[in-house]
Ligand binder design. Structure first.
Ligand SMILES: [Zn+2]
Length: 261
């Protein structure tokens, strides 16, 4: 919590951010799954994939509908993908973490849009292993707009970004060498591009910490997925989660580490 902030204001803020994040997660899961299937992402009422019936308000309350209906359609009993619940919880969790980190300050707007775009990136990567350039461009545009809105000193911001970009640049060089040696794809091109997009927001220490957290989460995810379906795990969602963790909770870790020297 930012110093000097009232605990009741923060609690209210986080409550509403949790609701907003869950609603956004629900909406994005639906839009991105349509988009990945080659349909128009927006437009049309929500329907059950099983029976095609139009869903009502009580089928669409984030998190609670899924739990109350036990993950099944009220009409035909078809399974509602767990990804829906996952997206709602991820949206709520991300927004609450950002609320705790930034409080009711203007830059919260920038970070909420950042998290929303990362959620869309993660869902799309999860759905069909692609990270669309359009979403990465939107991340860059959001940063540029808020740079102007918040009147950040341009020189400082550009220096920070250049230093942060050294992390994905070094990784790219390493990946290229490894791919040359092993003659196979080591890391998806989309993941590297996503890291460059993240470098617009995070400083170099946060980038390193986020990457480390992403690798640990990714290993855990891969271990769990191996047992379940044996498919390759997309890295985008883990990079996003790692970056969020570095931004929201990385401060003390980075301060402790740099204090060692
Ligand atoms: Zn149904």
């Amino acid at each position: 919590m930012p110093p000097g902030e009232d605990i009741i204001i923060t609690a209210w803020l986080c409550l509403w951010l949790g609701v907003l994040g869950a609603v956004l997660g629900s909406f994005l899961e639906c839009a991105v799954s349509r988009w990945a299937a080659g349909k128009a992402p927006f437009g049309g009422r929500s329907r059950c994939d099983g029976c095609g019936r139009t869903l009502g308000v009580r089928d669409l309350v984030p998190v609670f509908s899924w739990i109350f209906l036990r993950g099944r359609c009220r009409f035909c009993g078809a399974r509602i993908p767990a990804a829906c619940l996952g997206a709602e919880l991820a949206g709520a969790g991300a927004f609450v973490c950002l609320g705790l980190r930034f409080g009711l300050r203007p830059e919260l707007g920038e970070w909420l849009i950042w998290a929303g775009l990362l959620l869309a990136v993660s869902l799309r990567d999860w759905a069909d292993r692609t990270i669309p350039d359009g979403l990465l461009a939107a991340l860059a545009a959001n940063r540029a707009v808020w740079l102007l809105v918040l009147r950040e000193p341009l020189g400082e911001a550009l220096t920070r970004i250049a230093l942060a970009c050294a992390v994905p640049a070094a990784l790219l060089a390493l990946v290229l060498v490894l791919e040359k040696l092993q003659d196979r794809e080591v890391m998806g091109g989309g993941d590297i591009k996503l890291l460059f997009a993240l470098a617009l927001y995070l400083d170099w220490a946060q980038m390193l910490l986020g990457l480390l957290a992403a690798c640990l989460l990714g290993l855990l995810g891969a271990a769990l997925a191996d047992k379940k379906r044996g498919a390759a795990v997309p890295f985008g969602p883990f990079l996003s989660a790692g970056a969020l963790a570095a931004v929201c909770f990385g401060g003390p870790v980075i301060a402790w580490y740099t204090g060692l020297f």
